[in-house]
Design a protein. Structure first.
Length: 234
């Protein structure tokens, strides 16, 4: 959990024009919802949220919203956010209220530890299939990641959600059969395109020559027959 406090202001007006004016002033629109209460429209400094999203816990960071001009503070998380597709700036955020004594569901990253034996010794390839696993936990017990040791993996081995170590601090909700990582054989070297063409074309040459000889032999035989027929006529 993070003790960070982010100041916000209540936003009364809404609409695209209001949002544009906010962004020009260095703020962005945001909404606070959750725990059965009515949503509240807010404005916030996007730089504060960017710092949170880039932190170690990222979107799972729990922090406090402080309503400017009041003593109201709430534990929240960033549930969703929008980024401008052209400029890459943060343009909107949704906060969800968090009750510190109530378990919540979040997705946490899988952290691979060690080096797979199949990669190190046999030149295999490590393929990451699933990067996030869903868990249920009290807010204060959310791990930054779920560690799993890949060092024993040989070529052909895989690890699934069921291989993640259990903990009394959280419950894993993802399907235990979901594959996380696979150790695949080394990539096969493909022959150069020219070599393939040459190999395919090579048998055609003797065939053509053979047919040529047959044609020549046939011509000679035909010529011999014609000579014999002329001799008979004489």
């Amino acid at each position: 959990m993070n003790d960070m406090i982010v100041d916000v202001e209540r936003r009364e007006a809404a609409g695209k024009n209001v949002a544009r004016r906010l962004r020009r002033s260095g703020k962005i629109p945001a909404i606070l919802y959750g725990t059965g209460k009515d949503p509240v429209s807010l404005t916030v400094d996007p730089r504060r949220l960017v710092d949170i999203l880039k932190s170690h816990a990222g979107q799972n960071t729990i922090f406090q919203l402080n309503l400017t001009g009041s003593d109201q503070k709430r534990h929240v998380m960033i549930r969703e956010y929008q980024v401008d597709p052209v400029g890459g700036q943060l343009i909107h955020a949704d906060f969800v209220r968090i009750e510190m004594d109530t378990a919540i569901e979040v997705e946490v990253p899988v952290v691979l530890q060690g080096e797979a034996a199949g990669v190190k010794l046999d030149g295999g390839m490590l393929e990451i299939v699933t990067r996030l696993v869903r868990i249920s936990s009290l807010p204060s017990n959310i791990p930054d990641g779920l560690a799993i040791d890949i060092s024993p993996m040989k070529i052909g081995d895989h690890l699934s959600v069921a291989d993640i170590a259990k903990s009394d601090k959280y419950t894993i909700l993802s399907d235990p059969h979901v594959i996380l990582v696979v150790c695949s054989p080394p990539a096969k070297e493909e022959p150069a395109p020219g070599a393939v063409v040459e190999a395919v074309a090579a048998p055609a040459e003797p065939e053509v020559i053979k047919k040529g000889k047959q044609l020549e032999e046939g011509a000679e035989a035909e010529g011999g027959d014609k000579k014999e027929k002329k001799a008979e006529k004489k």
